[in-house]
Write a protein that binds this ligand. Structure first.
Ligand code: AMP
Ligand code: ZN
Length: 115
């Protein structure tokens, strides 16, 4: 099994788990881009949001993200990101939602690059 998040789900690679249920789990990002940076990840291998058709799983991922934001006391605000496929710079081809917060996050996107 080569997918890194499948290997984390199987316990083959260590992680800092902050949530687990029958459908998904959440870990702290290894390269945090904000004081709070958590990844919410389905246990089953789904490549990205493009491939996600399971509405129950979609609902669970979002509600776990919101629950973790509350647990992390991000009442001043936070951001949910799902980088999807090449143009979004998705690096790990196993669906994950980024929960980011703990500081002002700035504008959603940098100024558009030409091309
Ligand atoms: P993306 O660019 O949306 O595919 O984001 C992939 C994220 O996974 C990046 O923020 C990485 O820092 C994170 N990541 C990669 N490997 C690990 C790992 N072993 N444990 C925790 N986070 C990881
Ligand atoms: Zn996987």
């Amino acid at each position: 099994m080569s997918c890194i998040f499948c290997r984390i789900a199987q316990g083959e690679i260590p992680s800092t788990k902050v949530h687990e249920d029958e459908l998904c789990f959440a870990i702290r990002d290894i390269r945090p881009q904000a004081p709070v940076h958590i990844l919410v990840i389905p246990k089953a291998h789904v490549a990205s949001l493009w491939e996600l058709e399971d509405e129950a799983l979609a609902g669970r991922l979002v509600s776990v993200a919101a629950k973790l934001a509350r647990t992390e006391k991000l009442e001043k605000g936070w951001r949910l990101i799902a980088n999807t496929r090449e143009h979004a710079g998705q690096e790990v081809a196993h669906l994950h939602l980024h929960v980011l917060g703990g500081k002002r996050l700035g504008r959603m996107l940098p100024a558009a690059e030409s091309g």
